[in-house]
Design a protein around this ligand. Structure first.
Ligand SMILES: Cc1ncc(COP(=O)(O)O)c(C=O)c1O
Length: 431
């Protein structure tokens, strides 16, 4: 067995690119054999409590019997069929459910393959909306620093210019407008000056801006900041005033993670276009959805060429739609809100002690997201090994050690997870 594991890992090391790694000198990876609930089982028999929900997606835990069954039943019926000229019940029922649970007014649905593609689709919708109204020069985007929207080109163009490596792709990425990142935090008293930067940019450039795009309330991979709901309200008001669309990227926050079903609810706003992904399928398959208002749909359809110009091969894949439908049903059938609140309380209890560790800059918690920000970036290889040695799966980036476990995690496992974070952070910072 040890030999087989070695061979597999050696092949992987030599031939397979992992996210953001060098192919010549990659960091080590761990071979996962199976997973159940909140536990990842490595091929060598070790078990790790998962603190990442596979990057926000596995909200109901791994190998959830309801989701597995939905997938199996759908596979026996219809695994895939093209969406051009054909449709199917899983897509229709999922669209209906998404319309029911997302902020009022979003009732036109476009299914696509992944979060980044959803962002591309949303941006194309905004551009087509402008062009359909004859505003050919109104095709720029305004966003906020510290954002993250994915790794495809247009998505990258609205990621934070520093962490999104705009320098590297100079001359290729479109140049868009960046307002300062919101400084007023979720729990701070609202400070009206926080919106000034975005307000000035909109005032000065609204004639060339088709949409503002942002992550509502939680800026994820761009820095794990939680900003004030009033900021989002102001953005909505300004977009209305200047007739600019608002695209809310809820790919990370959607489906309860921030303590509301959708983070836009913290500010009681409806965006014109909403991007969903990640937890949509409970982490079983890749699928994303872009919801738009009827107005956006009408404007695009009345303009040239009268259609929305996008149509991926695996659009609305029936397997993905079925498992997504079951996942969303499962979420809303349960008392997810109290559960996320329970996790928030446990994360607070378990992580706040990290504030006492020298070298910890900040500890913040919102919903089922816990962040320990250090004063310097971690040594990835070393800290990863330490987490595994402590029986947990946590994958920091830069100076951010953060956890967002599957919602099914119980208090004991959560305590083990937060305890490990405190211990490992302390060990890392004493190095
Ligand atoms: C807010 C946000 N938007 C878009 C994406 C891109 O999604 P995907 O990785 O599925 O392409 C991510 C991924 O982390 C994200 O957090």
């Amino acid at each position: 067995m040890a030999r087989k594991i070695d061979e597999l890992l050696q092949f992987d090391r030599k031939h397979i690119w992992h996210p953001y790694t060098s192919i010549d000198s990659p960091l080590g990876v761990y071979l996962v054999d199976s997973a159940q609930g909140v536990r990842l089982r490595l091929q060598d028999g070790r078990e790790l409590i998962d603190g990442m929900a596979s990057w926000w997606s596995v909200i109901h835990g791994y190998n959830n019997s309801h989701l597995t069954l939905a997938l199996q039943q759908q596979a026996e019926r219809l695994a895939h069929v093209m969406f051009g000229g054909l449709t199917h019940e899983p897509a229709i029922r999922l669209a209906k459910l998404l319309i029911d649970i997302t902020p009022e007014g979003l009732n036109r649905v476009f299914f696509c393959d992944s979060g980044s593609v959803a962002v591309e689709v949303a941006m194309k919708m905004a551009i087509q909306c402008s062009y359909a109204q004859g505003h050919t020069g109104k095709n720029k985007f305004l966003t906020i620093r510290s954002g993250y929207h994915g790794d495809t080109f247009h998505a990258m163009s609205v990621c934070d210019p520093v962490t999104g490596m705009h320098q590297l792709y100079q001359g290729i990425l479109p140049q868009y407008l960046f307002a300062d990142k919101p400084n007023c935090l979720f729990t701070d008293e609202w400070d009206e000056t926080d919106i000034e930067s975005l307000k000035h940019l909109l005032e000065a450039n609204h004639q060339s801006i088709c949409a503002v795009i942002l992550e509502p309330i939680v800026q994820g991979a761009g820095g794990m900041h939680f900003y004030h709901p009033r900021y989002l309200r102001r953005v909505r008001e300004l977009c209305d005033r200047y007739q600019v669309l608002l695209i809310a990227d809820e790919i990370a926050t959607g489906f309860g993670r921030s303590g509301r079903l959708f983070a836009c609810e913290h500010a009681r706003i409806t965006p014109d276009i909403l991007c969903l992904g990640k937890a949509l399928t409970g982490g079983y398959m890749t699928l994303a959805a872009v919801l738009a208002t009827a107005e956006v749909g009408h404007v695009i359809s009345r303009g040239q060429p009268g259609v929305f110009m996008h149509g991926p091969t695996f659009m609305a894949n029936p397997l993905a739609c079925s498992v997504a439908l079951r996942s969303v049903e499962l979420l809303i059938e349960t008392d997810w809100r109290s559960n996320v609140l329970r996790i928030e309380e446990q994360l607070t209890k378990g992580l706040i002690p990290c504030r006492e560790i020298s070298g910890v800059k900040d500890v913040r918690i919102l919903g089922a997201i816990g962040v320990v920000e250090l004063e310097r970036p971690v040594n990835m290889a070393r800290i990863q090994q330490r987490f595994v040695d402590n029986g947990v799966w946590v994958r920091p980036f830069g100076p951010l050690v953060y956890i967002m476990p599957p919602y099914v995690i119980n208090d004991d496992d959560l305590q083990t997870l937060t305890g490990a974070v405190c211990r490992v952070v302390e060990a890392e910072l004493s190095q």
